[in-house]
Design a protein around this ligand. Structure first.
Ligand code: NAD
Length: 494
C-alpha cells in the first residue's frame, strides 16, 4: 500500500499489508478468494491488494446477521433509536481519516469526501428518529374483528453498492434497513471496499449488536452472486448500473425475493429563455461536473431554448474551463479523475464516437492541461458537446463522466418530448422565471426527482428513485424506510 493508505488502513485496524477487508460478526476478516488490486485513480499506480471474500464469508456474514437481527429486535423500539444515535457518535474524531481514505481510493476531491462524512451522520440521525415512530394502523373492517397492521422487518437484507459515492451509499441504505429492524449484509464495489468496513466497525463499537451489520468485499460475479443467491436474504437493495441491476432482479426473481434498484440516469436540464441565466449556467455546471460526472443524477443533457442556446453554451464552456481539475488530495481541487480505467476508456470512447457522428467539442474532450506531474491517472477535462442529435449514443446512454451534451428546443412541448426521449427516468430540472410553466413542465417529466430553478438538492427526508431503466423502489424518507418492512395484517375476533 502507498504510505498514506497504509497509515490510514493501519489506523483503522485494517492491517495494510494484507488488508482485513470484511467486517463479519464483530470481527475484521481477510478474504479467501482471488487477489483484487486497487489502482490509485489519480496517479495510475497500484494502491493495495486484498482478497475476494467469496461464498464462504457470505455464509458466515448471513448467519451473523440473523443472530444480530434477533438481538436487535429484542430491544424496544426507542432503545434501537438511542443505540443508532449513540453508534453514529462513534465516528467522532475519525471523520478526517475516513474522508482521506475515501479520497485516496475513490479518487474524489478531499473537500467532497469531508462533506460526505457529514451526510453519513445525517442519515443515521434521521433514521434513528424513525425507530420508535413506525406506527401501524387499525382498519375498520366490516366484521366484528379488530384488524391491525404492523410493519415488520424482512429479517436479513442484502445490499450491493457502487464505487462513485461509497460512504454515502453505505449509510443511505444501512440506516433505514436497521431502523426498520433488519440485519444487513452489504457488499460494496470491489473498487472501493474500505470505508464501508470502517463505518460498520465504528458503529458496532458505538453499541450496536454484534453481527447486525456485516460488510463483505469482493467481485460481483463471486461474492455479489453468492449474496443475491443466499436463501436467508429476504430482500435485495441494489445501487449501480442497469446491466447489473437486471442480473440482481433476475436473481431475486428466481427465489421470489423482491428488490429495490437504484440505477443510472440521463437526466435533462431544461433552460427556458426567461430563466435567470447566471443561475442556470452555474446550476448546469454543478449538475454535470460535480464528482466528475460520476453521479447517478448528473444533469448530462442540457436542453436550451434556441434563442439563448449560443449564449448559454458559450458561458457554460467558459465556466467549465475555470474548474480546478487536480489531485484529490489538493484542497483547491474541485474535480478529480474518473475512478477507474474501465470508466475512463468508456468515457473516452463515447466522446470519440460522438465526434465521429458529427458532434462538436466546444471545450474539453481530452486530458486537461496543467496537471501536476504525478497526475498520470484517469483525468478527462470538463467537456461540452454541441451539434448533438437526440438519436446519438451520447444523447441516449449514460456516460458517467464529465460530459455534457447540449441540444436546442423551440417550445415547451419540444422540451418535454426531448427530456422524456430516454429509457432512463431518474432526475431532471426546469429553469424559468415563469413558475406556473415550470410546474406544468415538471409535472410532465418522467423522472423520480425534478428540480425547479435548482439542481441536485437532495435530502434523506425526501423519496429518491427512478422510472424505467433508472430502476424501481424508493430510497430516503418514509418511502425508503417502508422498502425495508412488510405490512402484516392481524385479525382478532372480538
Ligand atoms: P456496477 O453495476 O458495475 O456495480 C455495482 C455493484 O454491483 C458492485 O458492487 C458490483 O460488484 C456489483 N455486481 C456486479 N455484477 C453483479 C452480479 N452479477 N451479482 C451481484 N453483484 C454484482 O455499477 P458501478 O459501475 O459500480 O456504478 C456505476 C453505476 O451506478 C452507474 O450506472 C450509476 O448511475 C449508478 N448509480 C446509481 C445511483 C442511484 O441512486 N440511482 C447512485 C449511484 C450510482
Amino acid at each position: 500500500a502507498s504510505d498514506q493508505l497504509a497509515a490510514l488502513l493501519n489506523g483503522f485496524g485494517l492491517a495494510a499489508k494484507t488488508p482485513l477487508s470484511n467486517w463479519i460478526d464483530g470481527d475484521l476478516v481477510a478474504g479467501e478468494g482471488e487477489e483484487i488490486t486497487l489502482i490509485n485513480p489519480a496517479t495510475g499506480d497500484a494502491l493495495v491488494s486484498y482478497r475476494d471474500a467469496g461464498a464462504g464469508l457470505i455464509e458466515r456474514a448471513t448467519q451473523a446477521a440473523q443472530r444480530g437481527q434477533r438481538e436487535w429486535m429484542a430491544l424496544t423500539a426507542s432503545e434501537r433509536g438511542r443505540r443508532m444515535n449513540a453508534a453514529i457518535r462513534a465516528l467522532e474524531g475519525h471523520e478526517e481519516a475516513l474522508a482521506q481514505l475515501e479520497s485516496v481510493v475513490a479518487g474524489k476531491p478531499i473537500r467532497d469526501c469531508r462533506a460526505e462524512v457529514g451526510k453519513v451522520r445525517e442519515m443515521f440521525e434521521y433514521y434513528a428518529g424513525w425507530c420508535d415512530k413506525q406506527h401501524g394502523e387499525v382498519i375498520p373492517v366490516p366484521t366484528s374483528h379488530l384488524n391491525y397492521v404492523r410493519h415488520v422487518p424482512y429479517g436479513v437484507v442484502g445490499q450491493i453498492t457502487p464505487w462513485n459515492a461509497p460512504m454515502f451509499t453505505c449509510a443511505w441504505q444501512l440506516a433505514p434497513a436497521m431502523a426498520a429492524g433488519n440485519g444487513v449484509v452489504l457488499k460494496p464495489s470491489e473498487l472501493t471496499p474500505f470505508t464501508s468496513v470502517v463505518i460498520a466497525k465504528q458503529l458496532e463499537r458505538g453499541g450496536l449488536p454484534k453481527g447486525l451489520i456485516n460488510i463483505v468485499n469482493g467481485l460481483g460475479k463471486t461474492t455479489g452472486a453468492a449474496l443475491t443467491d443466499h436463501p436467508a436474504i429476504g430482500k435485495l437493495v441494489f445501487v449501480g448500473s442497469p446491466q447489473s441491476g437486471r442480473m440482481i432482479a433476475e436473481a431475486g426473481a428466481r427465489r421470489l425475493v423482491p428488490s429495490v434498484l437504484e440505477l443510472g440516469g440521463k437526466s435533462a436540464n431544461i433552460v427556458f429563455a426567461d430563466a435567470k441565466l447566471d443561475e442556470a449556467v452555474a446550476g448546469a455546471q454543478a449538475a454535470i461536473f460535480a464528482a466528475a460526472g460520476q453521479s447517478c443524477v448528473a444533469g448530462s443533457r442540457l436542453l436550451i431554448e434556441r434563442s439563448v442556446f449560443e449564449q448559454v453554451t458559450t458561458r457554460l464552456a467558459r465556466a467549465a474551463e475555470q474548474i480546478h481539475v487536480g489531485l484529490p488530495s489538493d484542497e483547491a481541487t474541485r474535480m478529480g479523475p474518473l475512478q477507474n480505467r474501465r470508466q475512463f476508456e468508456q468515457v473516452t470512447r463515447m466522446i470519440e464516437a460522438a465526434e465521429a457522428q458529427g458532434a462538436r467539442v466546444l471545450t474539453g474532450g481530452k486530458r486537461p492541461e496543467g496537471l501536476p506531474d504525478d497526475a498520470q491517472g484517469y483525468f478527462i477535462a470538463p467537456t461540452v458537446l454541441v451539434d448533438v442529435t437526440p438519436d446519438m449514443e451520447i444523447a441516449q446512454q449514460e456516460v458517467f463522466g464529465p460530459v455534457l451534451v447540449a441540444m436546442a428546443f423551440d417550445n415547451k412541448e419540444e422540451a418535454i418530448r426531448l427530456a422524456n426521449d430516454t429509457r432512463f427516468g431518474l432526475a431532471g430540472a426546469v429553469w424559468s422565471q415563469d413558475v406556473a410553466r415550470a410546474h406544468r413542465v415538471a409535472g410532465q417529466l418522467r423522472a423520480g426527482t425534478v428540480w425547479i430553478n435548482s439542481y441536485k438538492a437532495i435530502s434523506v427526508m425526501s423519496p429518491f428513485g427512478g422510472f424505467g431503466d433508472s430502476g424501481f423502489g424508493r430510497s430516503s424518507g418514509l418511502d425508503g424506510l417502508r422498502e425495508y418492512t412488510v405490512p402484516q395484517s392481524v385479525w382478532v375476533e372480538t
